[in-house]
Design a protein around this ligand. Structure first.
Ligand SMILES: Cc1ncc(COP(=O)(O)O)c(C=O)c1O
Length: 402
């Protein structure tokens, strides 16, 4: 058989670290090991009943065929209404696109806009997929380290220093995966002021966690704070996280009509449209009762507070309080250089996460996967019992280091 040689775009990228971590946990569990899993990037709740019912009704009504590339009229209306409600900005049907998850929408947006060598500014720590999606589409990720001292956020100075004539996009993810950091209106305004001087740059705002925000008042987003940038912003969202619908694969984005038309043209050749049944479910999620969103937010808040307090009580670890999403980004500089009872030196955050898996049976993801170490990410989209037990096991494992 001839040797299989993938295309260069495949060799350029890595598989998703979070998907790989989930696969490793599944493997260990299949071997019979009990693993305390803090890697999970999805709500541990079931999709609310009224959303499932809407999907079943759609099937019964025969809504089981291709839809238009731009989605069913019901979903389009639901998205436009949601955008107006959350941002106060009016969009038209020509300014929205839908896809098989926010992930696919972002990928297609890069495919629609990047030529070889075009640069994309990616603040680190970043969602693992951004740099690889850029690379897969021949672009060049420009990673900008945003340390704990700036709340893991991009500052106007760092942004200005990263922009060049080749910059096509800047990515802003608020609330952030992996840190839970949230940009304030003043911080967004300051970034918008820098962007005003670079009219060739577009901004991709990834707002997939916008409904999981613990602050008081309303979460701000860039288009609301800087409406003059509306024609340069692609605001990406979806139903995965807020409505516990990760498996339904439905995301959407709002942006300037010519960009949306380019994305839709590609989408027409990629999958035609996301599942018609998922579209019906997503429309119900966006227009129906939002009680689930409120209730799950309060559950996440309790878990966040418990996790942050317990992690900060571990000698050698520290963690700032995330303002959104369901992750905490834990500083583990205090354990780097220590030695295990087996004589192995913990030299990197990856060594530490492997040690935690072996010694404590706790699965977390190393900060180097998100572009900023030495840290690790925990997800608290799991029960308080698992959170308590995991952090107690982490504490014990850290105490055993010399
Ligand atoms: C920051 C961020 N953006 C986008 C996504 C993708 O979401 P979806 O399920 O809508 O593809 C995720 C999922 O983990 C995420 O963390």
């Amino acid at each position: 058989m001839p040797k299989f040689e993938p295309a260069s775009r495949v060799s350029r990228i890595k598989s998703s670290a979070s998907v790989a971590a989930a696969a490793r946990v599944r493997e260990l569990k299949a071997e019979g090991r009990r693993i305390l899993d803090l890697t999970v990037g999805e709500p541990d709740f079931d999709t609310p009943e009224h959303i499932k019912a809407a999907a079943i009704e759609a099937i019964t009504r025969g809504e089981t065929k291709y839809t238009s590339v731009t989605g069913t009229p019901a979903l389009q209306q639901a998205i436009l209404q949601t955008l107006e409600l959350r941002t106060g900005i009016h969009y038209t049907p020509a300014e929205i696109t839908i896809g098989g998850g926010a992930k696919q929408v972002i990928f297609t947006a890069f495919m629609a806009t990047l030529d070889a060598g075009d640069e994309v500014v990616v603040p680190a720590p970043y969602w693992v997929s951004y740099p690889d999606m850029v690379l897969a589409n021949e672009g060049t990720p420009v990673i900008v380290a945003c340390g704990e001292e700036t709340g893991f956020k991009l500052t106007p100075g760092a942004l200005a220093g990263a922009l060049t004539e080749r910059t096509k996009w800047v990515i802003l993810n608020t609330p952030s995966n992996p840190t839970g950091a949230v940009y304030s209106p003043a911080e967004l305004r300051a970034l918008a002021d820098v962007l005003a001087g670079f009219p060739h740059v577009q901004i991709l705002t990834d707002e997939i966690y916008d409904q999981i925000y613990f602050g008081t008042g309303k979460l701000s987003n860039l288009v609301e704070v800087a409406p003059e940038l509306k024609d340069r912003i692609l605001a990406v969202n979806g139903v995965s996280k807020a409505y516990a619908m990760t498996g339904w694969r439905l995301g959407y984005a709002a942006g300037p009509a010519p960009l949306i038309a380019a994305i839709n043209k590609l989408q027409s050749q990629i999958s035609s449209c996301p599942s018609s049944v998922s579209q019906a479910a997503a429309a119900a999620a966006l227009t129906g009762s939002q009680r689930f969103v409120q209730e799950s937010l309060e559950t996440y808040r309790g878990r966040r507070d418990a996790a942050v307090a317990a992690l900060n009580a571990v000698d050698g670890l520290s963690c700032t309080t995330p303002e959104g999403a369901f992750y905490a980004y834990v500083n583990c500089a205090g354990v780097i250089g220590k030695t295990t009872t087996e004589g192995q030196v913990i030299a990197t955050d990856e060594d530490f996460t492997l040690y935690l898996l072996e010694a404590a049976s706790v699965a977390v993801i190393q900060g180097s996967a998100y572009g900023l170490g030495p840290y690790f990410r925990i997800s608290y989209a799991t029960s308080l019992d698992v959170i308590d037990e995991s952090i107690a096991a982490i504490d014990k494992a850290v105490r055993a280091l010399n």
